[in-house]
Design a protein around this ligand. Sequence first.
Ligand SMILES: [Fe+2]
Ligand SMILES: [Fe+2]
Length: 469
Amino acid sequence: MIDVSRRGFIGGVSALALGGCATAGGGRGASALPGNAPGGDAGKDGETLGRAASTRPPTSLLASEPCLQAPGPDTMGVVFALGGTANGFVDYGEKPDLSDACRVKCGGLRVTGWNDRVAQVRLTGLKSATKYYYRIGAWRISYKGGYAMKQLEEVLSPAIHSFVTAGEKAASHFCVMNDTHARWDAFTKVTDKVAELAPPVCIWNGDATNTTETIDEAIKVFLTPEQSPAYATDVPILFENGNHDFRGRFCALELDKVVMTRHPAERDSRFWDLPRNVAYRQGDVALIGLDTGEDKLDTNPAFAGLFNMKPYRELQTEWLKAQFKRPEIASAPYVVAFCHIPLFDANPKANPGDVAPADKDPRYTHDFALWQRTCAKMWGPVFAEHGVQLVIAAHDHEYRYDAPTADRPWAQIVGGGPDLDLTWDKKKVPAGRFATVIEGKVAGGKLQMTVHNVRTGKVAGQFAFSPRV
Ligand SMILES: [Fe+2]
Ligand SMILES: [Fe+2]
């Protein structure tokens, strides 16, 4: 990670003329950036650990730090907020000074994705397990009609960041964060811990939001979080929806404008409507992301008949089975599945999410799902058949570990919530009520899982899993 805090903002306007890979399809182009381009003095890799400081001037066309999203073995999303009508772009290459860089514009083919809020750039055709350097930029666009468009200044970020693509030869290392709920104190502690651990990917296991009605709210949560504006410049987030990430008009209908979906090339056409399901190798670990959807039934009157989670979960079951036909998933020594709502709860009073028609039942303490029996019945047997060792869930705001049993051969770790109240140690509160970062790393021939309590800074739990193959 490059420490950009010691650099001042350099110019920000450049007249570089670039060609090459200027399409969303990526690939290497013929042109290269001049070595002395602004920000080109990337310095030594690994100068510092921890998050990069913000270098963004407050009035810049680049209105946020870059947020790496939807990572994979051959793809990476780069998303940032815009401070005016613009088309964003990313310069990337394997050399720290970007002297070999090519440029990819926001948006797809035909017309690029110019707009005045968010630039989403998808890099494709990348080499797996490879370190890339990148920086963001944008062209300010004046639009006064279909025949009156003008490209004005070009703004380049002075900061060069880096990432490492996934794949079988990549590091067997990942982190999981969850249920930050736009609580900035918790978000900062959680993302500080992730930066300290420096994994190649951080799974954001849902409930990033509460109820999000506008794009401004979503930008704040994902692109300009308070105190932590550079939380995902070097560690990509792999986002999976929580139930709250379907709530509010913007989240329900337009979240994809801020949080990139998976690259469509990753899935068969029959699964075209599963844009957030993901399965790929991070070293020896196959990471499989599933979406448990809302925590209330589609028939709950609170949802006005607008939600369609039942067939969504069913289609994911078919998708899940198909993943184990892929050689790189079938041969993975470790398989870790993650989803927001837990798939098991030993507490008989925990609502299992299938209490028709409206979730209310005197047998249960809550009128929403504390775990997802429907998904467990569909996905659990697939996990068992293929030797999935671990499910990582969230949602209950209370860390716990569920050891495997004869009937349920996979273990489950449930991450904590956004609670940081240190006085709780002296009160009668559930033992797992604290914010967590869950870390997985292969070492000594095992998958070692460590649950970090970011409220106290201590380790809350450690668990080891033997290879499945
Ligand atoms: Fe939550
Ligand atoms: Fe939740």
